[in-house]
Design a protein around this ligand. Structure first.
Ligand SMILES: Nc1ncnc2c1ncn2[C@@H]1O[C@H](COP(=O)(O)OP(=O)(O)OP(=O)(O)O)[C@@H](O)[C@H]1O
Ligand SMILES: [Mg+2]
Length: 412
């Protein structure tokens, strides 16, 4: 039965735990009390199923669903509960005691907002509740909006790069892919390539290539409606006359300064003028992430082997792989991958991809000091360290994705 844990029945219930036996999760009881005082109740799974559909339940802030190994047998019913809660705008937080990564991944894929391991690390429940609330305010990926489908004169290929954790190497990859694309053919004509740094706050493409951040970049974003091909060109910086770069603005701006419409306009203008457009995405999902994913030919997600980032990654992967999105464009690239001779490393890659429910299609080696040196010189690896294994793998990656885009275009 739904009961306040205390005898004070006047306190409105703000959240509930759901478990087959709450006494097995005594630390959760403590944390719920610390967070909510008496304003929470405890439900069994069957009680939760009937309660979540009721009008009373809509005032609930969250369900903390506490699971252990045995609960996996009831996976379908638990998923159903999560979906129902989501439908009624109630956040769900999984409190996971030794459940398998696959089970956890299914729960997150089906709408669970957060997970915390059990025994609960200090303040983890509080953080998860805050994260889930924050995600509610800034919906990571909004519902699909009708996209303008007007045919364009020319349409450059669009490749987006998104680092799923901070510092995972997204900008390094974006900059080097762009440079290699612009210089792929050393003797003959080359593709016209533009690198767009859409990581408006922390975009460091300018640093990698030692370019100044022009004030016209911010002016352009501030009013995209009046931007035409010429204004766009003015905001671009040229790197060695081979690569055009739209750096991030010279001032710190909020990520929601721009809307999907702004991004679409600029992507359209860029694609009309360039053969290949490479986009450096911010790590956070933003209201316009979906626009880029919809427009992109290929959307590269960069990860690293570090499992500490897994919770974050699972959330992002679930959002990006949502059913209404073209997740067939997603490719996963593992940066600083363990060497192939490293058997233990292979197992770690397998565990990582299993737990995220993804296939890692490309791996890039650790470039060590070569990367830092190249950055210090403001040069791409193709100039600073052309023979480095990392550079060679980036060229291979570029060729593979360009071939794939070509193949998809032909098949269409
Ligand atoms: N394969 C690699 N080998 C060695 N160093 C690397 C490699 N990839 C990235 N780095 C280094 O790691 C650091 C972070 O890389 P980068 O700036 O590209 O990450 P990011 O994902 O764009 O991070 P941010 O979240 O700050 O935007 C940089 O110093 C970069 O030079
Ligand atoms: Mg970056």
């Amino acid at each position: 039965m739904l009961e306040n844990t205390d005898q004070d029945y006047d306190t409105p219930i703000r959240a509930c735990t759901v478990s087959s036996d709450i006494l097995k999760f005594d630390l959760l009881i403590e944390d719920m009390e610390a967070l909510l005082g008496d304003a929470w109740g405890d439900l069994s799974f069957s009680e939760a199923h009937s309660f979540v559909g009721q009008a009373d339940a809509t005032s609930l802030e969250f369900l903390a669903i506490a699971l252990n190994t045995q609960d996996e047998a009831d996976a379908d019913a638990i998923i159903e509960l999560i979906r129902k809660a989501k439908h009624n705008d109630i956040n769900t937080i999984i409190v996971a005691n030794n459940i398998t990564p696959n089970f956890l991944h299914r729960l997150l894929r089906n709408g669970a907002n957060e997970f915390v391991p059990y025994p609960l690390p200090k303040d983890e429940l509080k953080t998860a509740v805050q994260n889930a609330n924050a995600a509610k305010v800034v919906t990571p990926i909004p519902q699909p909006q009708p996209m303008a489908a007007a045919p364009r004169a020319t349409q450059g290929k669009l490749v987006a790069i998104h680092g799923l954790a901070g510092g995972v190497g997204a900008t390094m990859l974006a900059v080097n892919l762009a440079w290699e694309a612009a210089t792929l053919n050393p003797k003959g004509p080359n593709a016209k390539v533009c690198l767009l740094d859409l990581d408006l706050q922390f975009g460091s493409a300018a640093t990698y290539l030692d370019l100044e951040r022009k004030s016209s970049v911010l002016e352009m974003w501030a009013d995209t409606e009046i931007v035409d091909a010429d204004n766009f060109k003015q905001a671009l910086s040229s790197y060695k006359d081979k690569l055009s770069v739209l750096t991030s603005p010279n001032e710190l701006v909020p990520l929601d300064l721009i809307t999907s419409e702004d991004v679409m306009r600029i992507l359209d203008i860029a694609r009309a003028q360039f053969d290949i457009v490479i986009v450096n995405m911010p790590q956070t999902l933003v209201t316009w992430s979906e626009a880029v994913l919809n427009e992109a030919n290929i959307y590269l997600n960069l990860i690293d082997i570090d499992m500490r980032t897994a919770q974050n990654i699972i959330r992002l992967v679930s959002a990006l792989q949502a059913e209404n999105l073209p997740y067939n464009k997603l490719r996963y690239v593992l940066n600083r991958a363990p060497k192939f001779t490293d058997l233990n490393g292979k197992n770690r890659i397998k565990r990582l991809s299993d737990s995220l429910g993804i296939t890692v299609e490309f791996s890039l080696p650790d470039g060590g000091k070569t990367v830092v040196n190249a950055c210090d010189h403001g040069e791409p690896l193709g100039l600073a360290s052309p023979k480095s294994p990392l550079r060679k793998e980036i060229v291979k990656l570029l060729k593979a994705i360009l071939d794939e885009i070509e193949f998809v275009a032909k098949a269409a």
